[in-house]
Write a protein that binds this ligand. Structure first.
Ligand SMILES: [Cu+2]
Length: 495
């Protein structure tokens, strides 16, 4: 019954009219995650439904062959509902690949959720939790034939009710063989008139309910559209960023003053020069009054820049503020702290190049599997760093606590994803998800660089991710070597 109700709700939402083009959270809603559930190393993909409530598809790939069962369950990431998960579902083992499990989960609400995965196998039990940003991306238009059919059904039902009531009033009190007289005919007329008013009233109320649900849903879709990054330049070099949403309830609900730190910073700001993406800055503005963020920009040439600003709200939901800014030449000094930048050639000129020269003569190599890149396919993007001598670099160190950071940007800027070795989940949300696990020490996301000393990290870094749609992309890969952030840049054509 419960399942039926859920399906009915979904069906109703599917029927809600008028499609809104979805930008989605910048265009890359699916979640890719790599980490350990106790003794088992897993690659997890969560395909977010386009509408909420909706069905998320979960794929779990186990690195080892000793897993016997995988259970999955969605729950809230924080607050009430995050501590007592409902009964989990079993994921189904693939017939062709015994290490691959799939399952479907109903996401009943929007917001910061998590999918908890419990693994059973030869080495005992293991658990991990993947943060999932659930949000309605669009509304589907009702199909014309279906709308027509429903109107016809409604008319048949309405006329049927009226005629049954009329016949009942006219003939129910008659004796066998008696014919209806003028009194019963009058009674029937009154009954029919009353029923017509009732049926019309019901249809009116139904329409009002439908309209309210529709407006509510559209409002929610608008709520989860990426907020705009409104920028102003003060004192010649101070960039101030304010979040603004086209949905009026957004700023009332999402408090920029209460965002939580995500790998050491409240905001990760990316400025990408347009149109060629030949320059990129990765900066870290600080929170100033009224929920605004501000940063003293380093030296920059005048130009037109795309703004992507990542924050995570207090509930663990990630937002990317999107905007553009025209900047004059800025002369205010070198990069500071964790800030980094890159400049080079325009997007497309590195197509088919798997080697990116780094400024000091060393190189970054994309260890790409042969064959075309396919959209919506979970992949491991592996990059290795070689010193000038061609040998694996020995001096990699954590950059903001991680082995590496990668940004995947589509040529039309409709996709922007800031990915880590643990995947596309924000590290701040991941910490919330891990905190909710029992014995959470056993569960480790990939690539959390634990080594504070130099020379102990591998010369290779990998990022689990999947391109959300075909097109041309630029990938910025950032690692830190001997105190210096190095950025390798690769262009990719995705089918
Ligand atoms: Cu990062």
């Amino acid at each position: 019954m419960k399942e039926f109700k859920r399906r009915l709700t979904l069906l109703l939402i599917l029927f809600v009219a008028a499609a809104i083009p979805a930008l989605a959270h910048v265009g890359s809603p699916d979640v890719y995650y790599e980490g350990d559930a106790g003794p088992y190393h897993l690659f997890v993909t969560v395909r977010i439904p386009q509408v909420v409530p909706g069905v998320a598809e979960i794929e779990v790939r186990c690195q080892s062959g000793d897993v016997s069962a995988v259970q999955i369950v969605p729950l809230r990431l924080s607050g009430p509902g995050s501590t007592y998960p409902p009964t989990p579902d079993f994921a189904v083992r693939s017939k062709d690949d015994p290490q691959f499990f799939t399952g479907s989960l109903w996401l009943m609400e929007s917001g910061a959720l998590q999918v908890r995965i419990t693994v059973d196998g030869a080495k005992g039990k293991g658990e991990l939790s993947v943060p999932v940003a659930s949000f309605a991306q669009r509304t589907y238009p009702m199909q014309k034939p279906l709308a027509g059919m429903m109107i016809v059904l409604m008319l048949i039902l309405g006329i049927g009710v009226i005629s049954i009531v009329g016949a009942g009033a006219r003939e129910a009190s008659l004796e066998r063989g008696e014919t209806p007289g003028p009194a019963s005919a009058r009674r029937a007329k009154i009954a029919i008139a009353v029923t017509i008013i009732l049926v019309a009233g019901l249809i009116y109320l139904g329409k009002a309910w439908w309209g309210a649900e529709d407006a509510n849903y559209k409002n929610r879709v608008a709520f989860y559209k990426p907020p705009t990054a409104e920028t102003t330049l003060e004192n010649g070099n101070r960039l101030v960023i304010r979040a603004k949403s086209e949905n009026p309830t957004w700023s009332a609900k999402i408090n920029m003053g209460e965002v939580i730190p995500d790998h050491n910073h409240l905001m990760h700001l990316f400025l990408i020069e347009l149109p060629g993406m030949s320059r990129m800055w990765h900066l870290h503005p600080t929170l100033s009054e009224g929920g605004a963020f501000a940063d003293d920009l380093p030296d920059m040439p005048a130009g037109h820049y795309e703004v992507f600003a990542d924050v995570v709200d207090a509930r663990g939901f990630p937002w990317t503020l999107v905007g553009t800014v025209d900047l004059p030449q800025i002369n205010s000094g070198a990069l500071r702290g964790d800030d980094s930048s890159w400049s080079g050639d325009t997007i497309g000129s590195r197509q088919h190049q798997l080697v990116s020269q780094l400024p000091d003569g060393s190189r970054m190599i994309w260890e790409r599997a042969a064959g075309p890149l396919k959209a919506n396919t979970a992949m491991d993007f592996k990059f290795s760093v070689q010193g000038k001598d061609g040998k694996p670099a020995q001096d990699l160190e954590p950059y903001m606590g991680m082995a590496g950071h990668a940004e995947f940007v589509r040529s039309d800027l409709s996709v922007f994803a800031h990915v880590h070795p643990a995947g596309s989940v924000p590290m701040a949300s991941l910490e919330m998800a891990q905190a909710g696990l029992l014995g959470n020490m056993s569960s480790m996301p990939s690539g959390m660089a634990m080594a504070p000393t130099r020379g102990t990290m591998p010369a290779q870094v990998s990022f689990p991710y999947g391109f959300p749609k075909p097109g041309d992309y630029r990938i910025f890969v950032q690692v830190k070597r001997a105190g210096q952030v190095e950025t390798g840049v690769f262009d990719a054509h995705v089918q």
